[in-house]
Design a protein around this ligand. Structure first.
Ligand SMILES: C[S@@+](CC[C@H](N)C(=O)[O-])C[C@H]1O[C@@H](n2cnc3c(N)ncnc32)[C@H](O)[C@@H]1O
Length: 249
């Protein structure tokens, strides 16, 4: 497989990006073709540890800057806040903010009465979040192996946290989300959308655009029913999508 590190370093040669896109699309097709249930392994994928490590290192180095720019509710689009509030209103039980970054969303949900905890793999986010938002539990953990008991959650918010994951491991992450949710539990997944799965040079670390249909198919094969899709296109920014999906159990 072509190396995403080559893309990040600007070393891709002509044709290599198209080949990489074909490879990741084929990998997602394979994952969609295999219905999985809790406890089952996703389709074996190439070693992606270095890509995840690169994301952790990049956020670690810029966590303070990211928090200053984007770590508040005021920095968010009003329609995103409305989508999150609307989703949380229907979640009656424990919520995980998975890939919480600065932790402001967890704090916001807690202020609205939710029982919420935040998890992120970047220590440089988690420690300041604990200091800023005393009373909200935050811990270090990976989306691929969340520090959460099976069936423990009623809601799981993954707000732009899977965008950096190599597409070949997104099924593994969704299966992990399913493990943590009780049957009927709700997932809200925010991501960048576009006509095909492809990497782009996000300001912090390589991220991926996903067509809504491809993400919805992967959710279904990971045990979810898609119950709502919202998309947003604002001038000058990448189109966004938010999918609400219910874990079938
Ligand atoms: C674009 S930021 C979004 C942060 C926050 N959800 C928000 O809306 O501001 C992506 C976050 O996901 C976290 N993340 C990415 N991949 C992760 C993984 N495999 N495990 C845990 N956290 C991850 C990053 O550390 C970062 O905090």
């Amino acid at each position: 497989m072509s190396s995403i590190e080559d893309f990040t370093a600007g070393r891709w040669i002509v044709g290599q990006k198209e080949r990489y896109i074909r490879e990741i699309q084929a990998s997602v097709e394979r994952q969609c073709a295999v219905p999985r249930s809790v406890g089952e392994e996703a389709v074996p994928v190439p070693d992606t540890r270095s890509a995840v490590h690169a994301v952790r290192t990049a956020y670690g180095a810029r966590a303070q800057e990211y928090t200053e720019l984007l770590g508040s509710m005021e920095s968010m689009s009003l329609s995103d806040v409305a989508a999150i509030n609307g989703w949380a209103r229907h979640v009656d039980g424990a919520i995980l903010d998975a890939g919480c970054g600065p932790g402001h969303l967890a704090k916001h949900l807690r202020d609205r009465g939710a029982d919420v905890v935040g998890v992120d793999m970047v220590q440089e986010f988690v420690e300041p979040a604990r200091a800023r938002f005393a009373g909200v539990p935050f811990s270090v953990g990976r989306l691929e192996a969340l520090p959460v008991d099976t069936d423990a959650l009623t809601g799981l918010l993954a707000w732009y946290s899977v965008i950096h994951s190599p597409p070949s491991i997104v099924a593994e992450i969704l299966t992990e989300f399913a493990r943590c949710l009780r049957p009927g539990g709700s997932l809200l997944l925010g991501f960048f959308t576009g006509p095909r799965i492809e990497p782009f040079g996000h300001a912090v670390a390589t991220a991926y655009i996903w067509p809504v249909d491809a993400m919805a198919r992967l959710l279904r094969s990971s045990g979810f029913d898609v119950v709502d899709v919202q998309t947003r296109e604002d001038p000058g920014v990448r189109p966004h999508a938010a999918i609400t999906a219910e874990f079938r159990g």
